[in-house]
Design a protein around this ligand. Structure first.
Ligand code: SF4
Length: 298
């Protein structure tokens, strides 16, 4: 008896497994539902507002007023969605939630001028093989900078992780660089994380060495996931993150029984076994734009 392997590995899955193998199992293998959180819903709201800003407003018209108008439209979409309604916020708490999203969007303008950005794609799902697995990631924004070079941007609405987690926070950066190189044929000149709450940006320049290092680390994580699935051995790793974990009730570190989690599964896990489903290629428009920009390899 062994547990089914996940079909893909993403930056969030890699860090989830490294943070706590048992929480990874509950989330990715057992697919236990997680209660909605204000932090995640706020991230959804701000990401949507920025997406609307870049698609509905051409360069030269992306003002703060335009962004706040986009936030209002994004809010009207989220306010009736289960991701928000299930939070059960009071009117006062909802007003604070909305205010904090507003502040995040205002701070975004301290990090960059959106009018300078030639956007190629937003919320772009890229997938590429690595050995016998598929890497998959959703890129918040892909663009050309003023010098015509490819740049990946990832918005972060939480706090900047401490220095001790430097590798973890940059792991996703190199993951995205790998996906661009393999799926689009172009290595980004820069990958940047925009931490809106601070506000602060962290950027990295992908290199042969950084991409190779990411690939080695991802393969090591995948091998560990395979072993854990074969032996059904996903161990808890108590840490400060336990305070945010939705699975404490099933965790032996908190007196819970992982076997009881099985009854919480939303249904058969069959659907996640086997190769990832065929999808229309969402990157063709981006490839065309890269070709038009004269970037090689597309
Ligand atoms: S409570 Fe902590 S140790 Fe237990 S599954 Fe969650 S993160 Fe892991």
């Amino acid at each position: 008896m062994s547990l089914p392997l996940p079909t893909t590995l993403s930056p969030s899955k890699v860090s989830s497994f490294k943070d706590c193998a048992l929480a990874f199992r509950f989330s990715t293998i057992d697919r236990l539902p997680e209660p909605p959180s204000p932090a995640a819903a706020k991230g959804t709201l701000v990401h949507k507002a920025l997406e609307l800003l870049f698609w509905d407003h051409p360069q030269g018209s992306r003002s703060l007023a335009a962004a706040l108008d986009c936030l209002g439209r994004a809010w009207s979409l989220l306010a009736s969605d289960a991701e928000f309604t299930e939070l059960g916020l009071s009117d006062e708490e909802a007003a604070q939630f909305r205010h904090e999203a507003d502040q995040l969007l205002r701070r975004y303008f301290q990090l960059e001028d959106p009018d300078r950005i030639q956007v190629l794609g937003t919320e772009l799902m890229l997938q590429a093989p690595l050995g016998d697995m598929q890497l998959r990631g959703i890129i918040d924004r892909l663009e050309l900078d003023p010098d015509g070079r490819l740049v990946v941007t990832d918005y972060k609405t939480g706090r900047v992780p401490p220095e001790s987690r430097e590798q973890a926070r940059l792991g996703g950066v190199h993951f995205y660089a790998y996906l661009c190189e393999k799926a689009l044929g172009v290595r980004p000149a820069r990958v940047q994380l925009l931490y809106l709450a601070e506000p602060m940006s962290i950027s990295a320049t992908p290199s042969d060495q950084s991409i190779k290092g990411m690939a080695v680390r991802a393969q090591a994580v995948w091998a560990a996931v395979e072993r854990a699935c074969q032996t059904e051995d996903f161990r808890p790793h108590p840490s400060a993150l336990c305070g945010y974990c939705a699975y404490q009730a099933f965790c032996p570190a908190f007196g819970g029984d992982p076997a009881l989690a099985v009854s919480q599964r939303p249904g058969s896990t069959e659907a996640q076994v086997g190769p990832a489903e065929a999808r229309p290629d969402p990157t063709q428009a981006v490839r065309d734009a890269l070709r038009a920009a004269g970037l090689v390899g597309v």
